[in-house]
Design a protein around this ligand. Structure first.
Ligand SMILES: C[S@@+](CC[C@H](N)C(=O)[O-])C[C@H]1O[C@@H](n2cnc3c(N)ncnc32)[C@H](O)[C@@H]1O
Length: 290
């Protein structure tokens, strides 16, 4: 049974890292006029009201997007990400936070195609509402294709996509231990069908006794892809038994210069989001362009 609801975590430090990287990749894909495909395997609800009782429960956005929003003029390299947030809010006030589908919608042009998958029946209904035509930024772009289905299995069925260049965002909740293994085997299959796609994979950095990020990186390094960039940002000290102290993004076939952009961005983001002295970042090529 699926119990994870992203509204409890919307706009937290992990969302900031994930959506900042997603925005930089979509910006890079938008440089050429040629259309791109965007596939979101674990789409969630699409967008989140920050005053919703679930989001308010722990108000994780107060340690994520909220402090950055106040100083957004000082982050020109994240202008696209902030513009996607602004498009949902329409003013100074930060009332809504875009999920990955709304971030992608912001960058979509008429020639681009968006496919969103979500397995939870309530979340997929919210996703349909949030991505409905009246909520879309541009009437010129076609609406997304939304599938109520398993995103791992769905991804393989959809590859290779048309247009043939683009980004797959893979953002599982990791509430099932099998998610780690399924992710690695899915990527090995994806490589056979669409080796030239860009894949961005979010993963949590957890307490020592439960962290699986090391094994995940090893498995993905063996999936067939030759260029794998790995960006991690921790906001606090790693505990022994419980809790997420940071997160990472693995980018397979990253666009040109993403490593340079992230090497400038990560130290500043870490400083802005730090919860204690142990906050840290790393950026390295897991495979390829060292
Ligand atoms: C971390 S949330 C996604 C957040 C979203 N990507 C964003 O950045 O706004 C993970 C979502 O995956 C959904 N989910 C869990 N298992 C899934 C599966 N096998 N296929 C598709 N969706 C799944 C959950 O219901 C949840 O909404």
């Amino acid at each position: 049974m699926l119990s994870y609801r992203h509204a409890f975590h919307a706009g937290n430090h992990a969302d900031v890292l994930k959506h900042a990287v997603q925005s930089l990749i979509l910006e890079a894909l938008s440089i050429k006029d040629k259309g791109f495909s965007y596939i979101d395997t674990h789409a969630g609800a699409g967008g989140y009201a920050l005053d919703h009782e679930w989001t308010q429960k722990k108000s994780e956005y107060l340690g994520g997007i909220a402090p950055l929003w106040q100083q957004r003029q000082q982050w020109p390299q994240l202008a696209g990400y902030f513009a996607a947030i602004e498009a949902m809010n329409g003013g100074e006030q930060l009332d809504f936070y875009p999920g990955s589908p709304k971030v992608a919608e912001y960058f979509q042009r008429p020639q681009d195609s968006l496919t969103l998958m979500e397995l939870h029946h309530n979340e997929v209904e919210l996703l349909r509402e949030n991505m409905a035509p009246q909520g879309r930024r541009s009437g010129r772009s076609k609406g997304p294709t939304i599938h109520h289905r398993d995103g791992f299995e769905g991804l393989i069925a959809l590859l290779p996509p048309t247009p043939k260049r683009g980004l797959v965002l893979i953002d599982p909740p990791y509430e099932l231990k099998e998610d780690y293994q399924t992710l690695a085997t899915t990527l090995a299959k994806a490589y056979k069908r669409w080796p030239i796609g860009i894949y961005a994979i979010w993963y949590p950095l957890l307490a020592k006794n439960v962290d699986r990020s090391g094994a995940l990186k090893t498995a993905i390094a063996n999936s067939g892809f030759q260029d794998i960039l790995c960006a991690e940002l921790s906001v606090s000290e790693q505990a022994q038994d419980f809790g997420m102290y940071g997160s990472g993004m693995m980018i397979l076939n990253p666009p040109w210069k993403l490593d340079e952009q992230l090497s400038e961005l990560l130290p500043r983001l870490t400083k802005a989001l730090a919860q204690d002295q142990a906050a840290d970042w790393s950026l390295r090529w897991l495979k390829g362009q060292a």
